[in-house]
Write a protein of this length. Structure first.
Length: 329
């Protein structure tokens, strides 16, 4: 892209929280232009489209035919990725799909096989791959200084308001723990092989959590926990620790030391995942978008391979199968 001239026309499918963030990131990108936004909810897509000065559609087929985008970003609910992604792939364009790639192995494999037949790119948006802290841990593991990983622990916690937005279509396993599953498999090169215990806990208050422990195919143990339990205004909490044969690497993230105090409330604004600075989206989400666009343009491998994305879905499905479900009144 000479001179930074935008050449990639991006269609965003899904106008919820993540779709809106992706659309805004594209709008202010130096490597792409936002050509349109699609959502089944006419009011929701109208708000996002008007805010960003892009055409809005409720019909994906029409949007693909009229706009002829170069790539698409799929940000529909977790279990509703296959149909819009397949439509975009059939149209001959590369696709970035929000994590998880799918919530069933069959859906995931269907998209991968279709992308291979149509010879277009397919990347899953596992955002933690673009966290500088997690990349530093990955570098430490790769260096060999820690020795072989023997135990990995992770946790991902969000506010209860997240559950209010997404719990009708997903749960903490597929929406949050999928980050942790991908992370431990990325760092070890293995997959979840044995599950010693797993449980999904849902509370009438709106809090929900998923936890699991087991063994990876490399022989390393793992323990992960994730959910939406924090009060509104509290910063999400991410923790990662890799215990090796001769050393330990850890990363933690909450508020980055930023707090805003107002009467009756304390807010911890995001400074890592998708912070907004001077009207544009920055942080890991911007890095992920730039990587996807540049890799697609230059025909380079994506940071997250389709095999890795499917492995994450397969491991999540195994954890789901082994889980007990408890509801707390």
């Amino acid at each position: 892209m000479e001179g930074g001239t935008p050449t990639m026309r991006v269609l965003v499918v899904g106008a919820g929280l993540m779709g809106g963030l992706h659309a805004k990131a594209v709008k202010h990108s130096d490597t792409a232009t936002l050509c349109g936004v699609v959502d089944l909810d006419i009011a929701r897509v109208g708000v996002v489209a008007a805010d960003l000065g892009a055409p809005g559609f409720t019909d994906l087929s029409r949007a693909l035919a009229e706009l002829k985008p170069d790539v698409a970003i799929i940000a529909t609910p977790d279990s509703a990725h296959r149909v819009p992604a397949s439509m975009a792939i059939e149209a001959g364009i590369s696709v970035l799909v929000e994590k998880p790639l799918a919530t069933t192995v069959d859906d995931a494999m269907s998209m991968v096989e279709l992308a291979e037949r149509r010879r277009v790119g397919l990347m899953t948006a596992h955002l933690t791959r673009f966290y500088p802290r997690y990349l530093a841990v990955a570098d430490a593991v790769e260096s060999g200084d820690l020795g072989a990983p023997v135990m990995l622990t992770t946790s991902t916690w969000g506010p209860r308001g997240l559950g209010e937005r997404v719990s009708a279509t997903t749960n903490p396993l597929w929406h949050l723990a999928i980050h942790d599953i991908d992370t431990i498999q990325w760092l070890t090169g293995g997959v979840i092989a044995e599950v010693d215990g797993a449980q999904l806990i849902e509370s009438a208050s709106g809090a929900a959590a998923f936890a699991a422990t087991g063994v990876l195919s490399t022989g390393a143990g793992f323990h992960l926990a994730a959910g939406w339990t924090l009060p509104e205004g509290a910063a999400p909490r991410w923790d990662l620790k890799v215990h090796g044969e001769s050393g330990v690497a850890q990363a933690a993230w909450s508020s980055d030391g930023v707090a805003v105090y107002t009467p009756g409330r304390v807010d911890n604004p995001d400074c890592l995942a998708w912070p907004e600075a001077r009207g544009s989206i920055q942080g890991a989400l911007r890095a992920e978008l730039d990587h996807f666009i540049n890799s697609t343009v230059n025909d380079r491998p994506y940071a997250i391979t389709t095999d890795e994305a499917v492995d994450a879905v397969r491991s999540a499905a195994l954890l789901e199968k082994c889980s007990s479900i408890r509801r707390v009144s």
